[in-house]
Design a protein around this ligand. Structure first.
Ligand code: FES
Length: 99
């Protein structure tokens, strides 16, 4: 679905997304790592369980929430991927009942 540009060759940063190692260019966001790993949807909504994935890539939509190094509900697009970082998708962190 997504691939790095050809000129992105060079040193890479290795992160794991749901246990799968993915190499991303230095300075890339965790959201970019999710997309490169094909880890979409990255979460589901609490009310209807609708699938969600990174959308705006600039901290506005909150569709990219994931667990990063054990900390839940982080905005993946606002965090720079770092060597050894562990990312976990959060399918449905909470649920809300409809009345
Ligand atoms: S992709 Fe929109 S807030 Fe992260």
């Amino acid at each position: 679905m997504f691939a790095s540009l050809p000129d992105a060759a060079g040193p890479q940063v290795a992160v794991t997304v749901d246990g799968k190692t993915v190499a991303v260019p230095p300075g890339a966001s965790v959201a970019a790592a999710l997309l490169l790993a094909g880890a979409v949807p990255s979460r589901t909504t609490a009310v209807s369980a609708a699938p969600r994935a990174p959308y705006c890539m600039m901290g506005v939509c909150f569709e990219c929430l994931v667990e990063i190094d054990g900390v839940a509900e982080r905005q993946a697009c606002m965090v720079t991927a770092a060597e050894g970082m562990r990312v976990r998708r959060t399918p449905r962190s909470s649920s809300i009942e409809r009345s």
